[in-house]
Design a protein. Structure first.
Length: 282
């Protein structure tokens, strides 16, 4: 990846994180921690990989993304707003009654959302169905799913994994956001899913690992994933919950709470400083 591209992606990711904080603050509720940890991955997918058109959100041959960990919708909304699917002002209406952007993705009410999700474990099953449909009807689109590390404690995830391998869904890429924390504490203490890579391999998947906050590694990993055939691909990304906001990083307490006014101002100041730093490198 050229340095100029890395800088541009880093700037966009900063704006996505600002959108996450903006939305959760104005909603006075939401899930900032896990939203911030997937900001870089979503930025890369929507900017460099996925075929989508904000002017035609229902384009039949578009690539699909299923946010299986639906509570992290603020990150999805932020990148969709960044891409122009809807005005950024909508982010400030997050979770408000009658607003476009609700607490979990709504495919009927939000342009750019491909699947309504929220109940953990179910999104990956929907992604499998989409991928199988593309296979059966010889459609060119790919399907991407993002799961949480706590979410893969759900048995339905592994039923879907078995299904995807059985039907050879090599048009499906699942990203497991492994930040090590879930609502009740450390994933390893609540119900350890390890060894995750070995499990996906045993279920018949190609498995790759990735640094979720290094765009060079993100590009290398996705380009490798796109070259693999015959089996679905699982990318296990090592991430930091709350990435980009110092007082939220690696803090389980920021799984599902909104910042106070002072915390909001501090977070936005940090993110703006990071954005300025990237802009200075242009």
């Amino acid at each position: 990846m050229e340095k100029a591209v890395e800088i541009e992606l880093s700037k966009i990711a900063c704006r996505v994180r600002m959108g996450v904080v903006e939305g959760v603050y104005h909603a006075k509720s939401g899930h900032p921690g896990g939203s911030l940890s997937i900001a870089d991955t979503l930025t890369y997918l929507y900017e460099k990989v996925m075929r989508v058109d904000p002017k035609n959100p229902q384009m039949p041959d578009r690539d699909r993304l299923v946010l299986s960990k639906g509570h992290c919708a603020p990150a999805l909304y932020a990148i969709l707003a960044e891409k122009g699917f809807f005005p950024k002002e909508e982010l400030k209406k997050l979770r408000h009654t009658g607003a476009m952007l609700q607490g979990h993705p709504d495919m009927k009410g939000t342009p750019g959302v491909d699947m309504s999700t929220g109940s953990l474990g179910q999104g990956i099953s929907a992604a499998c169905g989409m991928a199988l449909s593309a296979k059966r009807f010889h459609e060119p689109y790919r399907v991407y799913a993002i799961l949480g590390d706590g979410e893969i404690q759900e048995g339905q995830v592994w039923e879907a994994a078995m299904f995807a391998a059985h039907y050879g869904l090599d048009n499906l890429i699942a990203v497991v956001d492994f930040n090590g924390l879930q609502i009740d504490g450390a994933v390893k203490d609540v119900m350890s899913p390890e060894p995750v890579t070995d499990k996906f391999e045993a279920f018949g998947w190609h498995v790759l690992t990735m640094d979720a906050h290094d765009f060079q590694d993100i590009e290398r990993t996705f380009q490798k994933a796109l070259s693999l055939t015959g089996k679905p691909v699982a990318i296990i990304q090592k991430s930091i919950k709350g990435k980009g906001v110092s007082f939220m990083e690696n803090q389980v307490s920021w799984h599902g709470v909104a910042p106070s006014e002072q915390e909001y101002e501090t977070a936005m100041k940090e993110l703006k400083a990071a954005l300025d730093q990237w802009e200075a490198k242009e």
